[in-house]
Every structure is written in structure tokens, then in C-alpha cells.
Design a protein around this ligand. Sequence first.
Ligand code: PHE
Ligand code: ZN
Length: 849
Amino acid sequence: MTAENSQTIYLKDYQAPAYLVDHVALEFDLHPTATRVRSTVKFRPNPNSSSSEFFLHGENLTLLSAYINGAAVTPVITEAGLSCTVPDGPFIWQSEVEINPSANTELSGLYMSNGMFCTQCEAEGFRRITYYPDRPDVMAPFDVTIHSDLPYALSNGEPMRDEGQTRRWQDPWPKPAYLFALVAGEFQVVSDHFTTASGKPVDLNIYVRDGDQDKCAFALEALKASMAWDERVYGREYDLSVFNIVAVDDFNMGAMENKGLNIFNSSAVLASPETTVDGNFERIEAIIAHEYFHNWTGNRITCRDWFQLCLKEGLTVFRDQQFSADMRGAEVRRIEDVAALRGRQFREDSGPLAHPVRPESFVEINNFYTATVYEKGAELIRMLKLLVGDAAYKKALDLYFARHDGQACTIEDWLAVFTDVTGQDLSQFKLWYSQAGTPIVTVRDHFADGTYELTLTQVTPPTPGQPNKQPLVIPVALGLLYPDGTEALDTQLLVLTEAEQSFRFSGLHAAPIPSLLRGFSAPVIMQRETRQAEHLVQLTHDPDLFNRFEASRELGKSALLAMLQTEAAPDDAYCGALLQVMINEDLDPAFRAMCCALPGQDEIARALAEQGQTPDPVAIDAAVHQLSEHLARQGLEALQALYHAHQLTGPFSPDAASCGARALSALALRLISHVDGGALAAKQFARADTMTLQLPALGNLNRHGQGTEAVAQFYQQWRHERLVIDKWFSLQVTTCPANKAVAVARDLLKHPDFNLKNPNRFRALIGALAMTPAAFHQADGSAYNLVADQLIALDDINPQLCARMTTVFETWRRYDGARQALMRAALSRLAAKPNLSRDTKEMVTRLLD
Ligand code: PHE
Ligand code: ZN
């Protein structure tokens, strides 16, 4: 690797582009191994730049010819791009390059997937298609001409009249190169229509492989709902006459918001009752919305540079969370979003990969599409809305769209609209964007003479490169309950701005129970000495459902920690309380299912680590198993009744109420299986006519050693459905006994359907193994080695995916010395791989630092 391509890039070094682009015309002669790309770009010197240096990004391109104002030129070419002397004033650049889509296994730039041409340009893939200023602050209208004999050839914007094998697309909206897209192939098209609020008709199309036509209806409905929602809630209308979505099997991420031509990982768009579980439907709905919402937050208003990634991602995640809350119930969705935030972002924020929501430096931007940028970025917007209020939030957003439409913006621009609308000084709030780490808020309280005093202290622990932290603005939504469960104080918003602050509440007739951080009003860790009696009251009485869930989690964690630390017996009071919640018909079944699931194993490991203890993943697995069995025995009859009461009849529907009922019956089945060894699961498996029933039944069978035949039968049934086969791979490693998982994974690596080149399949097997704590952390280090071996093989094929997957090691410092040494050795082996990619190198360096 050359020094040139491993340089660190700093936010503070930002410089405006030397040249702006007024127009781009691209012409493609598509060929699987030799595609020609001709570009005609109208450049003009940027009046806001003092530089006149002309540099175009370009990687893996063969330059065939180049012209400036029609005269041939000979640019200086490096690995990163080209430079050239150019005239003063505006000029026209033309070039022709050749690229090889078939050789592109990185899935960045123009590549082939199942015989179709497909692009991925975010963040810096366009430079692998042609020479261009591949940076988001250079925006231009694109005209695209595609020559190909394939039946479909698509690009961004409006389709022009067809001319046989030449297809033309014009995108009138200036955009950065990362939003460019091209797709060509043989497709089946499923179409629908939408009429915007102002009466403009929009054609909606989903392009899929033959055989997938029947899996598009759900995504189309979600798309229409998203379009209507963005009009209603944010006043944002769609701005082209066509909105196209293409499903591809080989894709590094979930989906991509290319202007007018979203490209989706097929797992994020295809759905049918037979092949898709409820959780997939929810995820698909959210991703469709997310990509659609980017049309305004990301595309019409984009990022000045990649340090501002959270400007589009944090806001768009927040918007998709609001949408899902409206579609499926705010409280239940909030609980899921927070669980995901803690599982991924808190984990990231407490380890060697911690970084600010707006990072200040990077080597490879692809390594910063993280839970911190996305999920914590969304939390910052949620807090901002809470602090300024709904009305001011709406005004600020209207101002943002009016002021910045067509621009490439920064976090400063974003915060300025809030300051301008409210007059509030947000300089302290802005620290949330620059300071990494999860703040820990410690609670002390005191009650005397009818007055309750609450003292909150905030500390943000050191993170890489940031030893000292300043106090943040932390909105804490608080309510008070009396010990009998009645409300002593309705929800109030306390705003912390200092390291320590006290609040007093008088006129109380008994010592209250604080219901802190209602709705999870800030992304912090609340630490308070555990008080089981209080949590039991909250679990049944807190008017804030999030805090009921929280009480359940706290009780669950203390029960498990007691089992692990003092070999205590499973906590009967906790189990009894859970069973009461489970059968409480006043509560939404979806909420009951979430509230009564035991804490996840990684969550328990994190809780131990937060207390300064060393988690043993194998012991945690055993304790969870033991507690599940105890709970199941204690409540067997109730669970059986619950299971049968929540069987649905009639046609399958993925609506929120049906999903909730199925989730609750699935929880009951999972527990019952601990007692009946899988007898009920076998019955469910035999009669299952939907994946939501079939898959968990199979999981329970396998978890209790009854899966062999069913696993084989499942494969025969679904061998032609690749998204189902992904599930089949995952299930076997996640539900077998933890000490067998490596052997199971080794066998599956040899299976003819395993394919290192397909990211979904790689994640389904290797990702699933690494995300199953007791399997991954087997004391002999065999899983670490297996994962490292696969990453070493993957790095040459797909560096982005390899780099991303190294995060499975991010918690290595939590564990005992022996495991640490084994993980360090596995990572060092990867680090020592010849020709390690820049992507992976940056990650292993940060992990081992
Ligand atoms: N911008 C995409 C999204 O959020 C994610 C993505 C990033 C996809 C990079 C591909 C490559 O929604
Ligand atoms: Zn996004």
C-alpha cells in the first residue's frame, strides 16, 4: 500500500472545490468486462476558492482519451486521480475510460450482480466509473445515455423517449456524484402510482429478478405510505414523475437513496408471508421510508463533506423512526429503537472504535457508516426537538428546507436554523456532535418533610483521542410515583447542563419512586443503586411504557447478575412479575412480548463490564438458559394458555396488531420449549404456512436438540429462495449448543450454497456466529480463528464488508486475559495479511491501539 492512499483526512482541512460543475453528460457502452464511459463535463472556476488546481478523482480506470474544449490533453495520472492544466474561465472536459464491471467484487462503482449491471457510488464509488470531482459539495444536473441490448437500462431522474437500444435519462436536480446510479438487466417490473398533494402523478416501479414479482406488494405499500407521510408531517413532496426501486442480491448495505433510482439489497425490499418474518416486514417498511425520506434530507439538501454524514443520516433515521412510530405504535417502536441503540451504539461508544457523531478525521469514510453516526445522530435530533418543542422544531425544519434547498451543508447550518427560530444559544448542545462516549448520569436522592431532592451527576468517560470531556446538555424527562403506584408528579423535563445539579419537589406525602429518562429522553446511561421493590412497582404502574420495559430489564439484569456472581437461584419475584405482565390483557401484546423477553446476552456482558467486572459469555448463556427454564416451569399453564390465545386465524397480515400477537405467542413457545423439549414447536413447524411461524419453530427445535430432520427438510423446501437460505445458515449456528457452533459453521462453509462474495450470505454465516456471544467466545478461541480466517479471505474480495465485520471484535477488552490474548492474536493475524486493504487496516489499527 502506498503512503498516498492511507492518509488521514481532517475536517479542519476542508477546502472549497476549485471548480464547480454546471452540467454532466455521461454515455455508457455497457459490456460485462469492458464498459466504456464517455463524459462531457462543463466546469467553471469556483469564485469561492483561491485554488486553480484541477484534480479529478479516478480509481481503477483506463483512460482512453481526454479533451479540454475539444483539444486533446495528456493529464498526469496517479492511483487516486488525474491533474491537468486548464484554461482560465469555464471549459468543457471530455474523457473516455474503460472499466471492468465483472472484476468488481468490492461492490463499489459499476459492478455485476446475477448478470445485471448495477452501481453503488456512496461514498466514493463514482470515481471508479469515470474521472470526476467525486465530492459531495460539487453538485450538477446529470444527463445519462446508456447503450445496451438488455431489456432495461435505468438511471436517475426522468426517462427520455426510448431509441431502441439507447436509453436516455435526465436528472434536472443538481446532485453530487455519490447519488448517481445506473442499472441495466432483465427484470420483472411491479408498478403502482402515487399522486402528490399538489396533484402531480408519479409512476412507482420495483424492478426484480424473475420469480420475485410476488414479493413487491408490501414495499410498494410502504413507499406510498412514506410519500404521503412526508407530505403530511414535513410538507415535502416528491419532485420527479417516476420513482424507481431496484432489488439486487449483492449489496454491501441495506439500500441506497440514489436520486429517483433507489437501489436495495433484496433483503431490504422483497417480502412475502411465506418467506419473510414479521421483523423483516418492519425493517423493510423502515428502510423504504428511510431511502425515500433521503430525497429531501440528503438529496435536495446534501452534505458539504463526509464529516457531515450525520446531517443526512441522523436526520433521516430520526424521520424513519417517526414514521415507524406512526405506523406501528410509538411506545413499542421506541423500545425497539433504544434496544438497538444500546446493542450497537453504546457498545461502539464504550470501546476502541468510539468516535463523535461528527468525526474529525478518518482514513476511509466507509468505516464511518456507523451506529454512532446513524443512531446516535438520530438521538441528537430527538433531543433537539424535545428541548425546543414540537412547534419550534417544525419551524426550524421549514426554514432548513427553504434556506438550504439545492445546497451542500454542515452541522453548523443545521443548528443555525434552530438558533434563528428559537433565539436559543446551542453552543453547549453542539458538544454532542464532537464529543464521543456515552455520558453516565448518576442518581442520588433524598426525601424528608414532604420534599424530594434529586441530585444528578454527569460524567462522560474518556474515548480514543478524547481524554477529557465537558458537561453536555441532557434532557431528562422525569415523573414521580408513590410506592402504591399512583402518580405523584406528571412528566417534567429537567435539563442538565452542569456536571452536577439538584432538583427539589415538595408537597409529597411519601418518598416517591423516580421514573427517570422517560421515553429514553437522552442517549445516556442512568446509574442508580438497584432497588428491586421500586422496579417491581414501575413494572406494573409506570405510566411511561418505556420505563416499564426498563424496569423489567433492570430486574432481569439483577436476577442474572445475582445468579452469575453469587450463584443465587433464579429470582421468583421477577419471574412472577413477568408472568403477570405477559397475561395482562390491558397491555398491547407487542409491548408484552418485548417487556417480557429476557435481556440479551451481550447486554448482560455490557452490564457486567459497566460494573467493572469480567463477563464470562459461556456462564451467561448457561444462566439465561436456567432462568428461562425456571420462568417456563413457574408459568407453564399460563404460557400455554397465552400461546393458544394468540393464534391468529384468517389470512396473514404484517400489520402491527398481528405482529404483536405473533410475537407474544412466539415468546410463549420459546419458553414452553424449555419444558417440553420442543414438542409444541414440532407441531407448529408441521403446520406452519408462514415464515413467521416456521422459523422460530425450527429455532426452538434446534435449540433443544430436535432440529436435525427439520433443518434438512427446511433446506429442501427453500433451496431456491436465497433470502430464506440466509436464514437457514444463520439459524444453525445461533441455535445449536454454543460449543458446537464452530463445528457447525465449518461444515456450512463447505456447503455449496456458501459464497464469500455475497455479503448477505457472509453475514448470515460468519456474522451470525460472531454475534452469538457464547459461540463466538468459546474459551479455546476457535471461533475467533474461524472468523479471522474468513476475514483474511474476504479482504481481497470486498474490503468494505471485511472492515465492517471486524467490529465483531470491538468489545475484546471486556473479557478475561486469555480471551483478550486470543482475540488480539486473531486480529494481529488479519493485520499482518499481505496487501491488507486500507479499509481493514484502519479498523484493525483502531481496534488494537
Ligand atoms: N446512504 C445509505 C443509507 O442510509 C447507506 C449506504 C451507504 C449504502 C454507503 C451504500 C453505501 O441509507
Ligand atoms: Zn441513510
